[in-house]
Design a protein around this ligand. Structure first.
Ligand code: SF4
Ligand code: SF4
Length: 223
């Protein structure tokens, strides 16, 4: 899932200061699950903004809504009638949702109400582990299902680097060494021989480094 964290309210209040009417829109998928930008958080944000502006003596018209996914234009249609009544949208989706809103509903500016953090999984309640940097060439079959690109501080293709101590990363000792985890997992799977295979330098052209990538599926295209 994509995770994120709502921006500080003071930052949101500053962003919305020029506007008299605001539609706060949550996202019903990832940001609801990570309790950063679902309907509840949209309503809380709207209430905080309303109170702040009352205290300033500059009341604002504000309403909270949620759509299933802001990253798909068909879900934005459900807001079309209401959009006309508001000057600006505050999105509590990830950065993809904010961009889709601006792209597919350009008649309104949509502002980001939260900071997108990354793609990860929950380790325990309220704690997520970043897990995938979308490198475009997945090697999890060779690494026991543990991503060296994301979880190794040096994104090493062949590890460990030699600096880990007691299973911790030399770059940040709060983190486990990814290659220690990979070693342990391959041992448990009986596939330790995979570590003897030297992986060539990574082809980063399949990652983000050449600018935004495009994924094209001709089998899904119509016409
Ligand atoms: S190897 Fe690449 S695609 Fe696979 S989990 Fe890691 S970053 Fe994601
Ligand atoms: S100690 Fe482990 S995780 Fe840290 S940079 Fe070296 S190989 Fe990567």
């Amino acid at each position: 899932m994509i995770t994120g964290k709502r921006k500080p309210l003071t930052r949101i209040f500053d962003m919305l200061a020029p506007y008299e009417s605001v539609l706060v829109v949550g996202c019903g998928t990832c940001m609801t699950v990570c309790m950063s930008g679902g309907l509840k958080e949209a309503e809380e944000t709207a209430a905080a903004l309303r109170l702040h502006r009352q205290q300033e003596g500059r009341p604002v018209q504000v309403k909270a809504r949620v759509v299933e996914r802001q990253c798909e234009p068909e879900f934005l249609e459900t807001l079309d009638a209401e959009l006309e009544n508001y000057e600006v949208v505050l999105s509590l989706a990830c950065g993809i949702g904010v961009q889709c809103f601006n792209l597919f509903r350009p008649q309104k500016q949509t502002l980001p109400g939260l900071d997108t953090w990354g793609a990860g999984y929950p380790v325990k309640q309220g704690f997520w582990q970043e897990a995938c940097l979308s490198c475009g060439d997945c090697v999890l079959d060779q690494t026991g299902g543990i991503c060296p690109i994301t979880r190794c501080a040096k994104s090493m293709q062949n590890g460990p680097c030699g600096g880990s101590q007691n299973g911790k990363c030399e770059v940040n000792s709060e983190n486990e060494c990814a290659w220690q985890l990979i070693y342990d997992r391959l041992t448990a799977l009986g596939k330790l021989a995979l570590l003897d295979e030297i992986r060539p330098p990574k082809d980063w052209s399949r990652a983000h480094h050449g600018g935004p990538r495009k994924l094209e599926r001709e089998d899904m295209q119509i016409g």
